[in-house]
Design a protein around this ligand. Sequence first.
Ligand code: PGA
Length: 246
Amino acid sequence: MKPLIVANWKCNPQKETEAKKLFNSVINSIKSIKSAEVIICPPFIYLSALKQKSRLGAQNCFWEEKGAYTGEVSASMIKNLSLNYVILGHSERRRIFNETDEVVNKKIRLALKEKLIPIFCIGETQEERDKDETESVLKRQIISGLEDISAPKFINGIIAYEPVWAIGTGNPCDIDESQKMRLLIMKIVSGLYSPSFSKKIPILYGGSVNSANARGYIKEAGFNGLLVGGASLDKREFVKIVKSSI
Ligand code: PGA
């Protein structure tokens, strides 16, 4: 499995010209790299303007197919733009936009129906970690998020472990601890589906990834890739992350 490096630009940059410049310069710098897959997820509004759709993903989608839902973007709109990936269940969506496990589940089901690859984000908050609830939180998020989704349907799905306390804080998860979390996620997925299935589902790490720690998550902790927020807005830093993952 090639490492998958996903850039999550969140609500940045503010101008289309800046988005084009950043996207084109990243793509240009990594074009000769064949041993890693790189997907960039800009805000929806820039998706049409950016070329190389195979390098693009979406940050979110709605859980209804279409209709009177002001401000929403459907999974089929994303698919019809020739995109393959969509980030779902990001902690910012859960926390700021009140997305519950049920909502995340509906979104994953619809994304799969549209043949999109969901990058399903899970992770515990600082408070849950302090209370020793990490295992039960991850279990609940995985089991509820994948409810009524059979193994064959999720076979191309991706899970991203993003401890909320590590996102945007400059306080990344320790490599050893992240490895334990990866194994725990595999155990939960094994219980839900099967051990052989859990080996096929890529698990990414996200949360204050930078060029100094990226390699450790892949080479030492055994993650199949990374979900990069802040550092993906800095071309040099992001390209270094991609290079250090291979
Ligand atoms: P960060 O964000 O790299 O800025 O911590 C990661 C994410 O939210 O996906």
